[in-house]
Design a protein around this ligand. Structure first.
Ligand code: ADP
Ligand code: ZN
Ligand code: ZN
Length: 744
């Protein structure tokens, strides 16, 4: 006999208010059961009003949470026009479930908060001047050092019509700076109403380059599968400079021609205007761009353009994934291995996983691109979960991958060289300087010295709020990289009073100084989070370097990401060990990626490039594989280690971070949660609990931190275990303890 089960739906009501507070329970009338799913729009009675309100189903239960007599029925299944929103709500529900966030946190992540903004007129800049007049104006701007104008005029040479937003956000030129150009009749400023071309009329420039056979076959494979409706995600594994961007553009063009929309994720650090303009040149005003410098209002503007269908392409970092396109056809994630795709706050989602889910909900294709795929993605490509497309050669004529050499710094020390420049690196730099070629020196740490310690008692100077030593910036400023605390470098050791304080370790500032000392005739620029502050960001530095205004660019990983300088023929990696020795099971993978990406900067033009990797661990497999450009070799070694230790992607891992201002609160809560997990015999699920242990930095901003790990074969088990932990931590005794989950 068939029993009629009653279903209850959790419904979020009226999400237009920022306080999309909590779900309300409604009974699902039996006839609606087959038609409803998570994310469905519904109309429900609410409060005392007679009319029905819009809501979204975020989950189902078979038990009532409150007195069943007080639960009302869902009124009707909602308007299907709300399709995008229901997709995003469903995505939020997925995020809540897999990442262990609250529904509220998840909704805030996927839905932009509505802003009451004064509607401003959209404007565009149009070129009026002849090529000669344009050249004259550019020369004048160059003489006066008006960089904003130089950028604009250079851009107008290739694209005669530029939206004001792009000029402001990407070219960083403000409207008042445009007045003189307007008065001289070089440009006209038009309102966007004139410009807003209807979707079908939007023009698309053709290809700018002939694709090489490898690129073409990648595009062909994509198109064939796309048109067949095959939505298996694609991993585009192409070495640095192999022309992935051209491939993306062809894929995008194909999807756009079918009236669909595209989201392209690019790490913020690579989102320079050179990159953006490559896309802009091809797709014109069909593009909207997000970046973290936009105000909430500007951000919402981009969202509205996507929702109204004024643009069909959204380019941006992680959060661009939630662009409310109604007809999404393709999501591309460039540099898919980048750490910035993982959110550091709750919900700690990874854009790659969230993109898979969004693509699934929308029926869109997903393409992941990288020169150094994450182990996660490459493993899925090997098991056939992803389709693997490869680009094995550099695309630009004459460009080949650089030769890489490993320099053993222990030998340098033994030979009496105590400087940061090995003999070979010094010679190689001098050689480039003589030939008028450019050099990049990369070190993965900003500031001057890593820490300052006392030569008498050996104690480092520490942050009073965190368990870390302070970093020396400049000559006498000490900064905490965890909480931002700053103090002047004291004259004497705070512990013993000795005047002998000394800095240890090298950061970008010290490297810059030592570079100037070692190569007094060279012009040196530095780029790191400190010099790239402010509105211009690092743009100014990169431009100056690109224009040949310096011989050597010193910097952090900011300089190794995706920039294309044809005259750079030498890249020096000053200390490969810095990223190798971090307390993270991905340390070797990060090191491999950083070295490979840094090496990818050399020899992008027609002259061959060289890479020198300085290290105290010349035998380490990450260093050796990166030098040999042997991704597969690295993958095999690293996977063996992950398999042995049960780390992702060999298995799944749940990390739970506990923090509280009082040490005994954090200890009690972490212990109780660990006991609760062990009490259910996790080994029955094949899971293994580790800890709790102190976090690598136990105290940050005066809060104490503990970590507890559970490893298992797959995520489903860990989601169950996470619910046990959440239940335990919900005890009022632990109300002061903050929990953050990370499931990977
Ligand atoms: P990736 O993103 O894979 O590092 P890019 O797309 O930036 O590579 O391409 C590297 C360089 O090669 C760029 O200067 C680009 O213009 C050029 N390029 C790409 N495809 C071709 C091609 N088919 N023919 C000539 N040059 C190309
Ligand atoms: Zn001392
Ligand atoms: Zn601190």
């Amino acid at each position: 006999m068939k029993t009629e089960k009653t279903w209850y739906a959790d419904v979020i009501v009226d999400i237009s208010q920022a306080s999309a507070d909590r779900p309300f329970q409604y009974r699902v009338p039996p006839e609606m059961v087959p038609g409803l799913h998570v994310g469905s729009a519904v109309r429900v009675p609410f409060g005392n009003g007679k009319s029905l309100r819009n809501g979204f189903v975020i989950g189902f239960r078979d038990t009532p949470e409150i007195d069943p007599a007080r639960i009302r029925d869902i009124g009707e299944i909602g308007d299907s026009r709300l399709g995008v929103q229901s997709q995003l709500i469903a995505l939020a529900a997925w995020m809540k479930e897999t990442c262990g966030a609250t529904m509220n946190q998840a909704l805030r992540t996927v839905l932009p908060v509505k802003q009451r903004i004064r509607p401003k007129e959209k404007k565009a800049i149009r070129l009026l001047a002849s090529p000669e007049a344009l050249a004259q104006a550019s020369a004048l701007a160059a003489r006066r050092g008006y960089r904003g104008r130089m950028r604009l005029l250079a851009a107008l040479r290739e694209t005669p019509e530029i939206p004001m937003e792009i000029a402001r956000n990407q070219l960083r030129i403000a409207e008042p700076q445009l007045r003189p150009l307007e008065e001289q009749g070089i440009i006209a400023i038009e309102t966007q109403r004139v410009l807003r071309t209807p979707l079908t009329g939007a023009k698309e420039a053709g290809k700018t380059v002939e694709l090489n056979p490898e690129q073409q076959s990648a595009v062909d494979s994509f198109i064939e599968n796309y048109d067949r409706g095959d939505r298996k995600p694609i991993l585009l594994f192409g070495i640095t400079g192999s022309g992935k961007t051209e491939v993306y553009m062809e894929m995008m063009a194909h999807v756009l021609r079918q009236g669909k929309e595209v989201i392209l994720l690019i790490p913020e650090i690579s989102l320079t205007y050179q990159t953006v303009f490559r896309f802009y040149r091809r797709f014109g005003s069909r593009i909207a761009i997000l970046n973290s410098r936009l105000s909430a209002g500007e951000r919402y503007d981009q969202w509205e353009m996507a929702e109204r269908g004024d643009v069909q392409i959204m380019i941006g970092p992680r959060s661009a994934l939630f662009a409310p396109f109604r007809n999404l056809g393709l999501i591309i994630i460039d540099e898919e291995h980048e750490t910035s795709y993982k959110s550091e706050q709750a919900p700690r989602y990874h854009a790659r996983e969230a993109a898979m889910e969004r693509a699934r909900l929308a029926g869109a294709a997903l393409v992941l691109g990288s020169a150094t795929p994450s182990l996660e993605s490459y493993r899925r490509a090997l098991t056939g979960e992803y389709r693997l497309l490869r680009l094995t050669r550099r695309a630009a004529a004459g460009s080949v991958l650089p030769k890489a050499g490993i320099v053993d710094m222990r030998r340098e020390l033994a030979l009496g060289n105590r400087t940061i420049f090995s003999g070979v690196l010094r010679e190689a730099v001098e050689d480039r300087l003589r030939r008028g070629e450019q050099v990049m020196l990369f070190i993965n740490r900003r500031g001057f010295s890593n820490f300052v310690s006392c030569r008498s008692c050996g104690k480092p100077i520490r942050c009073p709020h965190c368990d870390v030593s302070l970093t020396l910036h400049g000559r006498n400023r000490l900064v905490c990289h965890y909480c931002g605390y700053e103090m002047r470098l004291p004259d004497r050791c705070p512990a013993c009073g000795s005047p002998y304080l000394a800095g240890f370790g090298t950061g970008t500032q010290k490297l810059e100084e030592m570079t100037r000392t070692a190569f007094p005739r060279a012009r040196v620029l530095r780029m790191d989070a400190d010099t790239a502050k402010g509105k211009e960001g690092g743009q100014k530095i990169l431009e100056a370097f690109g224009a040949g205004e310096a011989d050597i660019l010193v910097g952090t990983q900011m300089i190794v990401k995706g920039h294309d300088f044809g005259n750079v023929t030498l890249v020096g990696i000053m200390a490969a060990d810095l990223s190798l020795n971090t307390p993270d099971f991905r340390a070797a993978e990060r090191t491999f990626q950083l070295i490979t990406q840094a090496a990818g900067r050399a020899g992008r033009g027609s002259r061959p490039g060289q890479v020198l990797i300085q290290t105290y661990e010349p035998g380490h497999y990450a260093v050796r594989a990166a030098a040999a450009q042997d991704y597969e070799g690295f993958y095999r070694q690293e996977m063996a280690y992950r398999e042995a230790a049960g780390y992702p992607p060999a298995g799944a891992m749940l990390s739970v971070f506990f923090s509280a201002g009082r040490e005994k609160d954090v200890i009690a809560c972490a212990d109780a949660c660990a006991d609760a997990v062990r009490a259910v015999h996790p080994e029955n699920y094949g899971a293994r609990a580790v800890g709790p242990a102190d976090a690598p930095v136990y105290r940050v901003k005066d809060a104490f931190r503990k970590i507890f790990y559970v490893k298992a074969g797959d995520c489903a088990i860990l989601i169950k275990i996470r619910k046990i932990i959440a239940k335990t931590a919900a005890d009022p005794a632990f109300s002061r303890v903050l929990l953050l989950y990370d499931l990977q």
